[in-house]
Design a binder for this molecule. Structure first.
Ligand code: NAD
Length: 490
């Protein structure tokens, strides 16, 4: 492994995300040699900590990761330092600047600086502005900004945020996290499509009937209720994760597998996504909120949720791309909380043969052939399956669907880095492939804003689905109207 050299300044160093994901991700990079002698992390937040106390926080956060040698975690934690800091006070940035410069010298990081914002989004703009005003960027190495979701609440606030960041950082210095893009099987979409003639040659409206994307959660809102009630599934899941997955499914083949070329194609795909009129949006979007049942309370009864809340915990939608490849092929997407199971999968449903020579000509309702379905299992299992029609063994001639299936082995799974490990490494390498660009985010918000505005005006009939189901009946009707069904159903 080639060592990445940098001083990482982490805003929100005592937060939940830092403790649950970020320190573990960095430790794994350290174990693999991507981080070694020449890195330091300067943590900041409102808490008062000494360096030693902070190092203990870090060691606690990584205690479940097995060491590859004695003393590894302790050595790793010696790269961590701390300054308490109020992000709204300009004079505090001067203190950070001095500390960063010292750490740069001490660890020989060659002026490379990575700023990671892992705190409430209302501070992102303020921090970026102060980084520039108080002159925290270096002149010799790289300066990069990694920024957590959510990126705005609608197009206008996202643009405002982006304008604020752009005062300090250029687009190629900004890395907007969408952790779904760090998942192994989301990345595998590209390998499957552009590495296989038998798939990519059929990847269009002549052979594909419809595409289905499901991000299903089993949990409810739990501790994040206060945040979630202000957000809802449309903002929390559709605008970012679903849009990013759909863009990868719909995009044209990039000229090369570099971040610049991949971005161009994802942006083009999102540009061709049909932005609905309000009445089209009403017809093509379904929202839901879970009721009590299955031994759990209703969303509206959760702590921190308005008892009359109109926030959606479920969204299903039909998306259409107006381009040569996809014209006429619906992309059905859905996501929700308190559904039957926790999983993410993509089902690509192919058209049936034009003529079914195996059907009984005397029986009109005899439909012996199934559609071929390519399923990409993103999580918790990773892999894919192809459903084909084959002859049923035995006398006579009937067909039955059979599965060609590949699931990653446990050892492969162990090899795959967690999303945050991969994304941290990409940011240190300066690779944008798995981050969302401003143009993508802008198109996604413009698409989502139409639905959000409509839903903010019209009062929903909530609650409308039971925990443990796959959402409200209207989600099935959305497909039934087109003579289709969800491939995954109960
Ligand atoms: P958190 O509330 O647990 O932590 C916030 C951190 O910011 C704390 O360290 C706090 O001390 C610090 N902070 C708050 N106000 C400050 C101020 N005025 N000055 C200095 N420091 C201040 O938040 P979190 O859950 O860690 O989330 C951080 C970011 O990551 C958010 O943007 C969130 O949306 C995103 N995110 C979190 C998760 C998750 O699982 N927690 C998942 C995805 C994205």
């Amino acid at each position: 492994a080639t060592e990445n050299k940098a001083v990482i300044t982490l805003f929100g160093a005592t937060g939940d995300l830092a403790k649950r994901k970020l320190y573990t991700a960095l430790f794994k990079l350290y174990q693999k040699g991507y981080l070694a002698d020449h890195f330091a992390l300067l943590g900041t937040s409102r808490h008062e900590y000494s360096d030693e106390e902070f190092q203990e926080v870090v060691r606690n956060s990584i205690k479940d990761v097995e060491e590859t040698r004695d003393g590894e975690a302790a050595d790793f934690s010696k790269h961590f330092f701390y300054k308490s800091h109020d992000v709204t006070k300009p004079e505090h940035y001067t203190i950070l600047k001095k500390r960063i410069e010292e750490l740069d010298k001490q660890f020989g990081t060659e002026g490379n600086r990575l700023f990671y914002m892992s705190m409430a989004p209302q501070f992102f703009g303020t921090i970026a502005m102060n980084l520039k005003k108080q002159d925290l960027l270096s002149d010799d190495g790289f300066n990069r900004l990694v920024i957590e979701k959510p990126f705005g609440r609608d197009f206008d606030s996202a643009k405002k945020l982006n304008d604020a960041l752009s005062q300090t950082f250029d687009e190629d210095q900004i890395f907007r996290i969408d952790h779904y893009l760090g998942k192994e099987m989301v990345q595998n979409i590209q390998a499957l499509r552009f590495g296989n003639t038998i798939i990519e040659s059929l990847w269009n409206n002549r052979y594909i009937d419809n595409v289905q994307v499901t991000l299903s959660e089993k949990l409810g809102v739990e501790e994040r209720a206060g945040y979630y009630d202000q957000s809802g599934a449309l903002r929390d899941m559709v605008q970012n994760h679903i849009m990013q997955i759909v863009a990868q499914l719909a995009m044209e083949q990039p000229v090369s597998f570099t971040d610049t070329d991949v971005r161009v194609e994802k942006i083009k795909a999102l540009r061709s996504l049909r932005v609905y009129t309000p009445s089209e949006a009403a017809a093509n979007f379904v929202r839901g909120q879970y009721d009590a049942g299955d031994g759990t309370e209703a969303y509206r009864s959760a702590d921190g949720v308005d008892p009359e809340s109109g926030t959606e915990t479920f969204v299903a939608a039909k998306l259409l791309f107006d381009n040569y490849r996809w014209s006429g092929v619906p992309f059905y997407v859905r996501t929700g909380k308190k559904l039957a199971d926790k999983f993410t999968r993509i089902d690509v449903v192919f058209k049936k043969p034009l003529i079914d020579i195996f059907a009984d000509p005397r029986n009109e309702s005899d439909q012996s052939l199934n559609s071929n379905v390519l399923t990409i299992f993103v999580e918790p299992k990773s892999g894919f399956a192809m459903q084909l029609n084959a002859k049923r063994a035995g006398q006579g001639f009937t067909t039955q669907p059979v599965d060609l299936k590949y699931l990653q082995s446990d050892s492969d799974k162990k090899e795959s880095p967690e999303p945050y490990e991969r994304l941290f490494h990409d940011a240190l390498e300066g690779n944008h492939t798995n981050f969302a660009s401003w143009a993508e985010i802008a198109y996604a918000w413009k698409f989502v804003d139409v639905i959000r505005k409509l839903w903010d005006i019209e009062k929903p009939q909530f609650p409308n689905y039971t925990p443990g189901s796959m959402g409200p009946a209207a989600s099935d009707e959305l497909l039934a109207r087109d003579g289709r069904k969800w491939v995954y159903r109960l």
